[in-house]
Design a protein around this ligand. Sequence first.
Ligand code: CA
Length: 340
Amino acid sequence: MNYAKSRIWTELDFEKDGKQVGYLHLPHSVDRSGAGTIAIPCAVFRNGAGPSSLLMAGNHGDEYEGQVALTRLIRDLEADDIKGRIIVVPAINLPAAMAGTRISPIDDRNLNRCFPGNPNGTPTEQIAYYVEAVLAPMCESWLDLHSGGASMAFMPYAQIILSRDEALNKRALAALEAFGAPLSLIQGFSDEPNMSNSAAVRNNVIHFGTEAGGSGTVNPDGVKLAYDGTLRSLVHLGHLSPRNRRIPIPPAPKKVRWIEIASRDYYVYAPQAGLFEPMVKLGDTVKKGQLYGHVHFVDDPMRLPAEVKFKASGLVVCMRHPGRCERGDCLGHLATDIKR
Ligand code: CA
């Protein structure tokens, strides 16, 4: 595709061999800094010809596990360790990451609903545009590390979202297998055009990632999954040799549990505003019709709590984290096993 020029500039040279750690500069003129920029950290590792991959976290600013894993990777990795080119952006929506919020505090936009972005739009739209029009076209693979953020807690897993492109699906599935998460989710195809997975498909780039924890905290198991899985992926993608001398490649788990979210019925939504008290825990297996919990009305003590039941059977892989809910808030979702 031919794209208009992005306003984001960088001193990084994506074609140069070596390790460069610098910034993507998004012009942002504010009271404090009339000619200022938002400086989004970015590292480029290049060692000769070979594949190109984009590793990204902080698409949502309050999803921390991938941000920790990729900043560590930038410190650990040297250009000599790899073949080809690896672009690492550990906090792509930097204003959101610095605020610890899902969406940007500057423009109230959710980066993962902004693709393909706009070269002259709001800061978040410009970031989306830069990723879609500049970074993704340089690469064949895109790892996008997500988590539950402040409002959700996930059993850490890795995932792909299927597209209509069977050849890309096959390559993405191979990358997901190589990532080696003990719990791995294959999501049915999505037509949401504004998410990063669609941006990848538009660029003929494979897209895979994680839901590595959440609850507004840093889940150590999620960080380990994100870091170890990233290294295993770099081997699979042809960047790292499994016999390299400096970076030990963590062994993949012996057994992988493959899951999917088969339909909307596996999601649970709050029927009323109130205080949600769950009766199950993350990782529980539940049955259709089973009580998930109660929405309490603490301002009306004699009013009976509303019952919330599961509409399907499955594994509880995601639960809402905050106690208070509004009608329509997602209270969590299930996944079910698939044969592979
Ligand atoms: Ca996310």
